[in-house]
Write a protein that binds this ligand. Sequence first.
Ligand code: BES
Ligand code: ZN
Ligand code: ZN
Length: 484
Amino acid sequence: MKISYKTLAGKVTKTDLLVVLSAKGKKPKLPKDVTISEKVLSSFGGKTREARFTDAIDGPAERVLMIGLGEGKEVDPETVRRAAAIAVKKAEKTDAESVTFWVDSLDEKQAGVLGQALTEGAVMGAYQLNDFKSDPKKISLKKVVIQASADFKKGAKRGEITGGGNVFARRLQDTPANKMRPRDMVAEARKIAKGSSKVSVKILDEKEMEKLGMGSLLSVSRGSSEPAYLIHLTYKPAKKAKRKICFVGKGLTFDSGGISIKPSARMDEMKYDMSGGAAVLGAFHALAALDPDVEVHGLVPTSENMVDASAVKPGDIVTASNGMTIEVLNTDAEGRLILADALAYADKTIKPDAMIDLATLTGAVVVALGHELTGVMGNDEPLIQALVDSGKTTSEAVWPLPIIDFHKQDMKGAVGDLKNIGGAGTGAGSSTAGAFLSNFVGKTPWAHLDIAGTAWGATDRDYQGGSWGTGVGVRLLLDYAEKQ
Ligand code: BES
Ligand code: ZN
Ligand code: ZN
């Protein structure tokens, strides 16, 4: 899908479908030379998500689609995002090859954010995974034109990039685990770095990780025939940045639970256990084009968690790169084991001003917050607040959860320094997981996002949802990075 941008003063070029968004009680504003039935035009209600097709009587557009934005003095970005997604989905259903969004006086004060929301919705709404069908559906929609004010267009160009990062992550997420192995995550990271002079990549293999003493991370891949990697991406802006931030994403390309094996029902969903890693790669996919004034590092520890004679066993003790020993009491609590060494590496080698990890870490967060809210915790209130704020801006909602001293005490080991699960009866599984991670961040300001509920299986929002991956985290991280 190729997107191009035009001013409202420019002529509308020939298009299969002209889309206009219109608030309740307002008559949809069409370009001068496009005419539709006056009856249809004046009868359009403009309720949220209301969609009405009509043939054009005259002008460059074959058909016109009006989409409602509901009432309210201010149009909000989420409604526009959804409206744009509805439009591209409807266009695809009717085999339209070209769509023009005609955006005349929506709300000029918010033009930038609404523009960004519109293209995000269009790009994300058009996403589909067609790679594994022997006879894939032909995608009809090839050309999208956005005709709007200068400020709206500026925002829209950003939305094309942020939406692009989101669908990049979703493709990695939705790809089955035998086609998206740790080595495939590495290949995707290399491709991103190849595509931009501002992004570089370093891959640490098992040998190098062994040298660095990453016994916690390496204990997870022992049961798999696929080797683990630590991906390290770096984005450096054109002019020297004042701040350095680091994103860390859990990249478990499949989590069987290991010897503490998971039940068979819905185990297939554990291909999504790399969603944190996908979010980091998706953000890097977009970073170079957005060009924020901050140095960004991205770490993705990536591995499979499988069952094998050499797999780590319940009760085994492993040593992390910060010297701490960990009793692996449950091999299914593996995400925190790979994150431990990645966080310690960031703290020791990268030394960022702030770091944020994203992980499908606990089933408990789904119980606590469901599928619409990401849990956030950490050691730095302003950082947590910044992520809550970015959650509001992007509609990737983030909700704080506590880590108190009790949770930290609960993760202390009997044989080793730490154990990888909380005590029987403690509950608060997301907080104890966070408390475990807090041992590896040193003094670095740090926030942990538990995306186990939001990475897939969220309700349908037109531009994402259902049983598919959501790409959650990409737009959130980009919003955070841009505000630095
Ligand atoms: N990847 C899972 C967490 C998960 C579970 C994500 C369900 C999404 C849906 C993680 O590795 C895990 O298995 N965590 C365990 C921890 C427990 C053993 C302390 C869990 O949440 O059950
Ligand atoms: Zn697990
Ligand atoms: Zn896992």
